[in-house]
Structures are given as C-alpha cells and as structure tokens.
Unconditional design. Structure first.
Length: 318
C-alpha cells in the first residue's frame, strides 16, 4: 500500500512537470548605480530563477509614476525606499520590506569657481524633484554647513537624470546639483568641482535608496513569494560582497569606469551592501524624515511599524 502511494505521488509529480516560474514586475530607477547591482546579479546569476521567479525590471524616471503603478497592481514591487516610506507616512497602504544597501552615495558637484558648500550662498542648487531623497540630501548638506536652505540660496526642481543635471550645471542654468556616485568622475571630466564627497555627505544623511517595498494587499496575498524574492536578493548581495573578481568586472561594465576606478568604488561601497536586509530604527527615522521634511503640516508621530515590516526579511535569512 505504501509503495503504491509513493509511486502514485511520483507519477503525479512527473505528469505535473516542472514548477512554472512566476512573473514578477519590479519597478526600479534603472541600471547604472552601485545600489542597483544586487538586482542585476540576481538575474545574471540565477538567484531569481532558483526561487522560481521570473523578474521583469521596469525602469521608471518618476517615483510618482512608480507609486501609481504599484497601487494599481501593475507593479508587484518597487525599490525606492525613501519614496515608499514617505508614501506610508502619508497613510498610503505600502510598506518597506527589505533594504539591499545601508546608505546612499549622493555627492554635491558645482561649477569650478565654487569651492565649498558655503560658496553656494546666493546661488541656485538643482535637484530632481521636491521631497525626493536628493532634495533631502541637498537640504541637509546646506543646513549643516551653517546656511538656511530656504533663505541663503535657491533650490530648484529641474527634473532629469544625472546627465541632464550635470548639463544644467555646465550650462550655468544652476550652479550646483546633488547626484549619485560614480558620476563624480564624469563631472570632473567636464570641469566641475566636487564640493561635498559621497563619504562626507554620507556622514550627514543616512538614507538607503534601494530595497523592496509592496502594498499591504500584496503582503497579505503573496507572503511566500515575498520571502523568496528577498532570499534571492540576499544571496545576490552576498555574492557581490564575496566575489570581488566578478564584482570588479560588473562595476566596470555597468558603471562604465576603468579598472582602477572600479577597484576604488568596490572598496568604497563593499561594506555598504546589506545582506541582512533589515535596517536599524535610527535609519528608518532618517527615511521618514525624507518623506516628511517638506510637508507644511507634519504628520503625527508614527510608529515604525506603520512604514516597515521586517518579518519577511527575517524569514529570508533563515
């Protein structure tokens, strides 16, 4: 009897065939930064495949569009943590579920005649959009350099990605901007000056940019899928950290830098990857500040549980 049950189960498995990979739509800001490499590695090295997930990375140039798609169910997940935290703080039904980095890599670049952040007094500082993590980084850098961001200079939302904002500085439309590493090398080639490095700004602003966020509906509907997705990203992040030969080549290929620069960047950011997936409460507080610092009416004090849920990440680590 036992043998018949065993053979029957095996036959059923053979008839059913291999498990079909599930299609996943994941919104991100696009390839090019060290913070997005865990997603690239998970695809290239088959970590998504091992979890029977077929992940489609969909590039969004605007976080508002990404949020709209997430809430509409057109996206399963989004990756921009500060924006998701801000949305959750406003009462929208989203949560951050994991972080693949511990920090961002924002730096401030200016026209060559400007020698420091204090040299921006009376000048124009360009950011992508108000309320963004770049806006918060700019605001914090200026205020912690002894100036009032609302009075001593003009912060302008000029949109665009890194190339467009660098072009705005070169043309003189703005005097400075905040962008992410490794664009400092491109900036310096265009004759611009780095007035606050990624390391310096990272001491002022601790805002991990990339991870995984989802709607509460998704969390209730597909908890196992979320754990599998986070486990794949945990393994890809570990792979990045533990395989420098592969990672150095990846840095060169994705970020379009030479071998010495790749080595420098890898050494700089290797310890900023986050295979643990969770974040300390103090950093979640900084993420909350990004989403609320420009609001005229500040939301009531929120519990961290209102914006993050680490239970899936904790299961992914087991």
């Amino acid at each position: 009897m036992k043998n018949r049950i065993g053979w029957g189960f095996l036959l059923a498995c053979l008839i059913a065939g291999p498990v079909q990979a599930k299609d996943i739509n994941l919104g991100w800001s696009g390839i090019g930064s060290w913070t997005t490499l865990p997603y690239v590695v998970a695809n290239e090295k088959g970590f998504f495949d091992k979890e029977t997930l077929k992940v489609r990375l969909i590039t969004f140039r605007g976080t508002n569009l990404m949020l709209t798609a997430l809430l509409a169910g057109e996206l399963d997940y989004a990756t921009i943590l500060p924006f998701l935290t801000g949305a959750a703080s406003r009462g929208l039904p989203v949560r951050i579920l994991g972080a693949v980095t511990k920090s961002s890599s924002y730096f401030m670049v200016a026209r060559p005649e400007i020698e420091s952040v204090k040299g921006l007094r009376g000048k124009k500082l360009g950011i992508n959009s108000f309320g963004s993590s770049a806006d918060y980084a700019a605001y914090a850098a200026v205020s912690r350099s002894g100036m009032d961001p609302n009075k001593d200079l003009t912060i302008l939302a000029i949109g665009g990605g890194t190339p467009e904002r660098l072009a705005a500085v070169v043309s003189g439309s703005v005097d400075a901007t905040v962008i992410t590493s490794p664009a400092e090398y491109a900036a310096e080639k265009q004759g611009l000056r780095v007035i606050m490095s990624a390391q310096e700004l990272g001491q002022l602003v601790r805002i991990p940019i990339t991870g995984i966020g989802a709607t509460q509906k998704k969390m209730e509907k597909d908890p196992d899928e979320i754990v599998r997705l986070l486990r794949a990203l945990r393994l890809s992040t570990l792979y990045l950290v533990q395989n420098p030969e592969y990672s150095l080549a990846l840095f060169q290929r994705v970020m379009h830098v030479d071998a010495p620069t790749s080595d420098k960047l890898f050494k700089l950011y290797r310890d900023q990857y986050n295979p643990e997936l969770t974040l300390p409460d103090s950093i979640v507080d900084d993420l909350l500040a990004v989403g609320t610092f420009r609001l005229k009416e500040k939301p009531k004090a929120l519990s961290q549980q209102a914006v993050r849920d680490w239970s899936f990440a904790e299961k992914a680590r087991r």
